[in-house]
Each structure stands twice: as structure tokens, then as C-alpha cells.
Write a protein that binds this ligand. Structure first.
Ligand code: NAG
Ligand code: NAG
Ligand code: NAG
Ligand code: NAG
Ligand code: NAG
Ligand code: NAG
Ligand code: NAG
Ligand code: NAG
Ligand code: NAG
Ligand code: NAG
Ligand code: NAG
Ligand code: NAG
Length: 711
């Protein structure tokens, strides 16, 4: 071969290989035969990194046999690994074959198939339980926490001839000669058993029963299978998670697996625990130390620009632009247009020329003055301090963006009154749409004390680094206006307070949702207190500061009053600030602010969730004016269910509601030190939620007794 061809071939191979980044730790094998093995899964030890394991922990350890077969511990063969959270593997068929002459009674031993995938779970959405045979039935048994659960299906032929009725080959499992059912979620440990009914006069031939779990669509029924199923195994899909913790809890641990530019997911009930996902606009393996990397949309043709030359890649996204001297937004639809000045120039009478010239000079002068003013505000508002801070930061994905005033003016249609979504003592909040189509909330404060500029800048800097799914994200700020503008992520569904008080909406807030909201808010506060780079006390925790998005996921907002705690002291003396009804009595007396003040306010929010009442109302009789006091006295008198919102509690959730009530009371203790920490509160609530979630299992305990279920 010509050397040049060889070189270019080598280059070709090189580029093909680097297109697909290998999703493994350095020094680890990525393939076993035809299979690829993305981290957190892995084989053996690394040859590079001091012989550390190639897998995240033992539940992701695999073995490669003969460079062809991938084996899990306990010898189960793996067929495919999906980095999004699923593994396909082989699982045996349970079969029971009877010899025509001895099939008059039902005492034959079933051949049982066992499977333990713990701590992973068997996917309930991807798999089906199937029984094949005539006069056959199959069981799927599983152990959950504390009980055994069974399901299954049956198919009887009596004395019809299956071949005639069904035809030779239908491929479908319709209930004749083959039945299938959906399976429950969260199973980790199962047994499958095939059984036969005592046969009728019909069949003296050999006949079999087969039961198995198979990936949906992988089994095609054929009438021949009634007597002889050729397959001994079928592919089965299991769901894997990193640990059995929720995102809130995992976030606070050292072993949190989601690396840079990725987010945590735990909202699929079919998974027992959390997984990680690259943020939109990023790709790669979220578990590897480097995290996810930016997708260069301009290079990959996924961009929406007219041409690659009009495309500018940004972190997580891209923008389109037009070359100098052209107008338009540079997108495929918008394109770029040349500016035509000729026509106007000819028509313009020369007499007016001088006047126009004067106008132009005047405009330039005005504009200069305007730009100077902007620069002045920028300096005054600490723009250069912030810029310096941002330059020091290495991880550029988490920095606050400094918006231009024009950008925000355009986004809010020149601060149009109709776009106001909130007004309060702090100022005004507008809804806006940025050029990149992001919907944002723009907060325009009333005034800002010049001596506090540095404090303000610090706050923007720290708060913008907070990346928690239950905290409203600060995207950046604009310093070119007289009062700085803050730009936040837009949360669509309004505040928890509105939800609790609006007729009709409150029905959407079932106990389950309320408990989840409590867990989410507690997790967010706990994160702010302990996990953020500098501890942050919110100082104004209340239901009006808890926003709900389209799926009613809670997002804590408004750190307007929050102050960062310097690392060397846990108490900060400040002017008492907060909202009546939520204010920590100890803080009111001493002006000593601690994290425990947030715990108190959160206690009030819990009581609101339980009762649906306002925390403070002058319209109520004196002893009930403060909701917290009234709630505590009811709890003391042992008739707390009198204040729980009508229709919220029933026999099933009564126990959990009581526990939440007691937790709320602990948060409301007068002495701050006696209150639990936000972390303890978050963990306790999470525990209660898990209990609440699994309470249905108890109701199903006696299912096993009834012999046959769905068909
Ligand atoms: C990678 O595969 C090669 C060949 O199959 C084998 O010799 C080597 O030991 C494997 N390395 C690791 C770290 O498993
Ligand atoms: C991997 O390394 C650990 C110690 O770090 C060792 O105990 C283990 O035997 C090694 N495994 C293999 C397959 O070499
Ligand atoms: C591996 O290959 C050897 C020889 O080719 C064979 O004897 C052995 O059974 C194979 N092992 C497995 C698990 O397939
Ligand atoms: C069926 O049973 C008969 C005697 O009962 C025995 O001779 C025959 O081998 C059995 N066949 C099978 C397949 O087990
Ligand atoms: C039927 O079952 C009884 C016990 O229930 C057993 O003694 C008998 O041998 C069985 N008959 C056959 C044909 O297997
Ligand atoms: C459930 O656990 C019990 C013992 O704890 C065991 O006897 C039974 O076989 C298990 N069932 C399943 C389906 O794994
Ligand atoms: C799983 O099933 C096996 C066999 O039935 C049983 O011994 C074991 O206790 C079960 N484990 C759990 C965690 O249920
Ligand atoms: C099934 O196949 C047999 C022979 O293989 C044929 O005689 C019969 O007509 C077929 N039945 C149907 C319903 O296609
Ligand atoms: C089942 O066995 C048949 C015949 O050996 C084969 O064609 C088919 O692919 C197998 N199906 C599965 C899901 O393994
Ligand atoms: C999570 O797993 C640990 C052990 O890995 C276990 O002790 C704990 O009970 C599990 N928690 C839940 C809620 O299943
Ligand atoms: C591309 O984007 C970067 C950062 O967003 C910016 O600094 C640069 O000016 C942009 N280039 C063009 C041609 O718009
Ligand atoms: C660009 O302009 C076109 C037409 O004016 C419009 O349809 C499109 O939405 C614009 N795109 C963006 C990102 O502004």
C-alpha cells in the first residue's frame, strides 16, 4: 500500500474512534466481544490508575470470559448495557414437562427459576411475564420489604385442538396456548414457577408448561411451543441506579456520583435510587471524573443557523449571528439580509442634508452620554468586582452571566407592565424571554444601599453557583441600570402559598404531593445550610417563597434577605428581617441569626401543608391568630386532627401525618438549640415518604393465598 494512503487511512480510523468517546476510566477495557461497557460498569482493575477498580462499586463489577461473554456475579450473562440505566441479561425459562402416562395428578415438582438482581430492580415497563402451554399456569413470586407477592397467568385448552384454533404461527401471545401479564415494579428477588392442571381426557401426549420473564417483544409465540419451547433463556431488562438514595440525600454525601455538567434524576418509580444525566447541550458519561462535555452544535450540524459560519458555540448551547453589515438573526428561518442604503440616499434632498448631519451629531452625542451613564452604573454597582471574581473562577459552567441592559429590555418588551408577575416590598418581578428563547424571571429591586454593594456582589457570586434542582437558579445579573437587575430561571406554576389558598387548586395537592414538596424544600434548605460552598441562611422561608413548576416540583426562591455566614462563626447579628407568622421567636428577641431560624420557619411551612391555613391572620380569634401556636396547643391536647385540612387524612396516611405533625412541633421549639438541624429534618421526612410510598405492600400481603390471578 502507498504510504500516503496508509497515513490517511490511519487518520480516518483515528477520527472515527474519537467520534465516540470511550466511556471508561483510563487503563480499562471498554469492550468484551461486541459489547461495550460504559462506566459505572467495568471489568477488573485499571492498568493505569494504581490498579483501582474499573467499576464504581461491586454491584457494577463484570467479568469478561474468553473475550466474548460478559458475566455478572452469580454467573448471569449480560447481553447489553444502556448507560441511561438499563441492563439486558439472560434469564432461564422455568419448565414443567409431564409424561403422558403419569400426568393424572398435580404433584410433579416444578422446575423453578430464581433470580436475585438486588440492589438493582427488574424493569416493570420493559418486561412481561409469560406462560406457554395448554392447561398451564405460572407464578411469579417476589419478596418485598417484609412480604411475598405473587402474580401470574393461566391458559387452558380443555379439549379444543390448539393448532386448528390458533393456526400454525401467529407470533402473538393472545391467551390461547400463551398468556402474558404486566409485572409490578421494584422487584429485586424473584422465583418463577410453571405448573400444570391435572389434565383432562384430551392429551395423553407429552405436554409442557413454560413460564418466564422476557423483554417485551422478544418472544414470538408459535403453536409448536406448546409442546416444545426451543429457548432455554430469554433477555430480561433490569434497571440500575447508583445507590438507593434519593437525589436530595445523595447530593449531601461524599459519594455523590453526578459529575460536572450533569444532573441527578430520581423521579422514575421503576428505579430504586438515583441516576445521573448530562445537562441539555452536554454529552458524555456523567459518572466519569471529567463529567459531561459541551456539544459543539456548530460542528455536529445540530445547530439551527443558516451556515456553520453563522454559528457560535456556547457552553451548553449555541447562538447564530450575521456578519458585520448585515441584519437578521442568522438562523435557518431568519437568515441574514444586506442593508440597502442607496434608495434613501438618492431621495434625500440635499437641503435636508445639513439638518440630518446635525441630527446625527446630536444623536451620537446623546448616545455617548447614555453609554457613559451605563458605565457609571456598572462601576457603581460593583461590575468590575464581579467581573474580577468571575475571571478567577475556573469552572466556567457555573458562573453568573452579566447581562446587558438592552438584552433585558428586549426580553421584557421594555419592562412592559403586562409582564409583571410579582410585586412586593422588595421590588418588581417581570417575566421575560431572552434571545435564546429561555424564559426567565427578572427581578428589579427598589433600591440598593451603596455600602452594601460588595455584599450584594458576593451574594450574586455565591448564589449563582448553587445548582440544586429544588432551588431557583440565579442565571445572572445586569449592573448597567441604576438598581441592579437579577435574572432567575422562570418557574411556571406560581407559589405554594397561592396553591394552598386557591379554591380548586388545593385539590391537586394530595398528601403525597405535599409530603414530597416538604421533602424537596427540606433538602434544598439543608443543602444551602451545609453543602453550598459557603453556608447560606435563607432568612425568609415561607410558602410564598416556594415556587412550583409544571410537575409541582418545589423550588426555593428569594434569597433577597439571605446573608452568607462567614465560615468561622455560626451566628450573625443583623437587623431583624422576615415575615410575620414565620419569624423565629428566639431570633426576634436576640437578633442572633442561626440556621435554626430557618428550621423554625420551615416548621411553620410544614404546619401550613398540614392545615392549609394562613400562618397569621388578624381575622381569626386571638388564640388562633398565630397558626403555629394554635397548632401546638391542639397537638398538646391530643386533638391535632381537628386542625388538619379536611379531606387530607384517612386511615392509611394518618400515622405518617401524625409523625410529620410531631416533626413540625420539634422544628417549632422555642429554643433554637433544641430544634433538629435542617439535614436531620430532611432525612426524617425522606424516611417518612418512603414509608408512605411502600404502605400499599401491606395491603397486598395475602395475595399469595388465592391460587390463580389474571389470565
Ligand atoms: C483488557 O483486555 C485484554 C485482552 O482481552 C487483556 O489482556 C487485559 O488484561 C484486559 N485489561 C483489563 C484491565 O481487564
Ligand atoms: C484489584 O485490586 C484490588 C486491590 O486494589 C485487589 O484486591 C484485587 O484482587 C484486584 N483485582 C484484580 C482482578 O486484579
Ligand atoms: C472459553 O474458551 C475455551 C476454549 O475455546 C472453552 O473450552 C471454554 O468453554 C470457553 N469458556 C466459556 C465460558 O465459554
Ligand atoms: C414416560 O414414562 C414412561 C413410563 O411411565 C417411561 O418409560 C418414559 O421413559 C417416560 N418418558 C419420559 C420422556 O420421561
Ligand atoms: C398422585 O398423588 C398422590 C399423593 O397426593 C401420590 O401418592 C400418587 O402416587 C400420585 N399418582 C401419580 C400417578 O403420580
Ligand atoms: C422470600 O423469602 C423467604 C425467606 O425470607 C424465602 O423462603 C422465599 O423463598 C422468598 N421468596 C422469593 C420469591 O424469593
Ligand atoms: C431472595 O430469595 C432467596 C431465595 O428464595 C431467599 O433465600 C432470600 O432470603 C431472598 N432475599 C431477599 C432479600 O428477599
Ligand atoms: C398448519 O400446518 C400444517 C402442516 O404443517 C397444515 O396442514 C395446516 O393446514 C396448517 N394450518 C393452518 C391453519 O395454516
Ligand atoms: C428462541 O429460539 C429460536 C430458535 O432457536 C431462535 O430463533 C430465537 O431467536 C430465540 N429467541 C430468543 C429471544 O432468544
Ligand atoms: C439502601 O441500601 C442499604 C444497603 O445498601 C440498606 O441498608 C438500606 O436499608 C436501603 N434503604 C432503602 C430505603 O431501601
Ligand atoms: C461567540 O461567543 C463568545 C462567548 O459567548 C463571544 O465572546 C464571542 O464574541 C462570540 N463570537 C461571535 C462571532 O459572535
Ligand atoms: C429568527 O428570525 C426568524 C424570522 O424573523 C424567526 O422566525 C425566528 O424565530 C428567529 N429565531 C430566533 C432564535 O430568534
Amino acid at each position: 500500500m502507498h504510504p500516503l494512503i496508509m497515513v490517511s487511512l490511519a487518520l480516518l480510523i483515528e477520527t472515527v474512534a474519537s467520534d465516540q468517546p470511550k466511556q471508561v476510566l483510563p487503563g480499562c477495557n471498554y469492550t468484551c466481544g461486541d459489547l461495550t461497557i460504559p462506566y459505572p460498569f467495568g471489568i477488573g482493575n485499571s492498568t493505569a490508575q494504581h490498579h483501582t477498580p474499573c467499576y464504581m462499586d461491586s454491584k457494577f463489577e463484570l467479568t469478561c470470559v474468553n473475550n466474548s461473554k460478559l458475566i455478572r456475579p452469580r454467573g448471569i450473562e449480560v447481553l447489553d448495557i444502556n448507560p441511561q440505566g438499563q441492563v439486558e441479561m439472560k434469564f432461564s425459562v422455568s419448565h414443567l414437562c409431564s409424561n403422558g402416562s403419569s400426568s393424572s395428578n398435580n404433584t410433579e415438582e416444578a422446575n423453578r427459576a430464581y433470580l436475585i438482581v438486588s440492589p438493582h430492580t427488574i424493569s416493570s415497563t420493559e418486561n412481561k411475564f409469560i406462560t406457554v402451554g395448554c392447561d398451564s399456569y405460572g407464578y411469579l413470586n417476589s419478596n418485598f420489604t417484609g412480604g411475598t407477592y405473587s402474580t401470574g397467568c393461566l391458559t387452558r385448552c380443555y379439549d379444543f385442538k390448539p393448532k386448528i384454533v390458533i393456526g400454525n404461527n401467529t407470533g402473538k401471545c393472545t391467551g390461547l396456548g400463551c398468556c402474558q401479564v404486566d409485572i409490578p415494579s421494584s422487584m429485586k428477588n424473584i422465583t418463577i414457577e410453571a405448573f400444570k392442571f391435572p389434565t383432562s381426557t384430551l392429551s395423553k401426549e407429552n405436554s409442557c408448561s413454560y413460564s418466564f420473564i422476557a423483554k417485551q417483544g422478544s418472544y414470538k409465540f408459535s403453536v409448536d411451543h406448546i409442546n416444545n419451547l426451543p429457548n432455554e433463556t430469554f433477555p430480561l431488562v433490569i434497571n440500575w441506579a447508583i445507590t438507593n438514595e434519593s437525589c436530595q440525600i445523595a447530593h449531601t454525601t461524599n459519594s455523590y456520583a453526578c459529575k460536572k455538567n450533569s444532573e441527578c434524576v430520581d423521579d422514575d418509580p421503576d428505579y430504586d435510587g438515583y441516576r445521573c444525566k448530562c445537562l441539555q447541550g452536554f454529552e458524555g458519561n456523567p459518572y466519569l471524573p471529567g463529567g459531561c462535555t459541551d456539544i459543539d452544535e456548530c460542528a455536529t450540524k445540530t445547530h439551527v443557523c443558516k451556515n456553520k459560519a453563522n454559528c457560535n458555540n456556547t457552553l451548553g448551547s449555541h447562538t447564530c449571528f450575521c456578519p458585520k453589515g448585515q441584519t437578521g438573526n442568522g438562523t435557518k428561518e431568519g437568515g441574514c439580509q444586506k442593508v440597502h442604503l442607496n434608495a434613501t440616499r438618492i431621495v434625500l434632498p440635499t437641503v435636508l442634508g445639513a439638518g440630518a448631519l446635525f441630527m446625527i451629531f446630536f444623536l451620537i452625542y446623546q448616545r455617548r452620554k447614555f453609554i457613559k451613564l451605563k458605565e457609571k452604573f456598572f462601576r457603581q454597582n460593583g461590575g468590575s468586582i464581579l467581573e474580577q471574581k468571575l475571571l478567577q473562577r475556573k469552572d466556567s459552567s457555573q458562573i453568573a452571566h452579566i447581562f446587558k441592559e438592552n438584552e433585558l429590555r428586549k426580553a421584557t418588551n421594555n419592562f412592559d407592565e403586562s409582564l409583571i408577575i410579582g410585586r412586593g416590598g422588595f421590588g418588581t418581578v417581570f417575566k421575560g424571554e431572552l434571545d435564546d428563547n429561555r424564559i426567565v424571571a427578572i427581578k428589579k429591586s427598589k433600591t440598593i444601599d451603596e455600602s452594601q454593594i460588595e455584599q450584594f456582589i458576593n451574594e450574586v457570586d455565591v448564589v449563582s453557583q448553587i445548582n440544586h434542582r429544588n432551588v431557583v437558579k440565579l442565571l445572572g445579573c445586569c449592573l448597567e441600570t441604576e438598581v441592579p437587575l437579577l435574572v432567575y430561571e422562570f418557574v411556571s406554576n406560581g407559589t405554594l402559598s397561592e396553591f394552598l389558598r386557591t379554591q380548586g387548586k388545593t385539590n391537586d395537592l394530595t398528601w403525597k404531593t405535599r409530603l414530597r414538596i416538604a421533602v424537596e424544600v427540606a433538602g434544598a434548605l439543608s443543602y444551602l445550610h451545609s453543602a453550598a460552598s459557603i453556608p447560606i441562611i435563607h432568612r425568609d422561608v415561607k410558602s410564598a417563597n416556594i415556587l412550583l413548576d409544571g410537575t409541582n416540583t418545589a423550588k426555593v426562591s428569594d434569597f433577597g434577605a439571605s446573608r452568607l455566614i462567614p465560615l468561622d462563626q455560626t451566628e450573625v447579628a443583623t437587623m431583624v428581617q422576615g415575615t410575620i407568622g414565620y419569624l423565629d421567636p428566639e431570633y426576634m428577641q436576640t437578633s442572633q441569626l442561626t440556621e435554626k431560624s430557618d428550621v423554625y420557619s420551615f416548621g411553620v411551612v410544614l404546619v401550613e401543608l398540614l392545615t392549609g391555613e394562613k400562618p397569621f391572620c388578624f381575622g381569626r380569634p386571638e388564640e388562633r391568630r398565630s397558626l403555629a401556636t394554635h397548632f401546638l396547643s391542639c397537638l398538646k391536647k391530643d386533638n391535632v386532627f381537628e386542625v388538619i385540612q379536611d379531606g387530607l387524612w384517612n386511615e392509611e396516611n394518618k400515622q405518617v401525618i401524625m409523625e410529620v405533625a410531631v416533626l413540625a412541633a420539634n422544628c417549632l421549639r422555642l429554643i433554637g438549640e433544641e430544634r433538629p438541624s435542617m439535614k436531620e429534618v430532611a432525612m426524617e421526612l425522606e424516611g417518612m415518604r418512603l414509608m408512605d410510598k411502600h404502605s400499599w405492600i401491606n395491603a397486598d400481603l395475602n395475595v399469595e393465598e388465592s391460587p390463580l390471578l389474571a389470565s
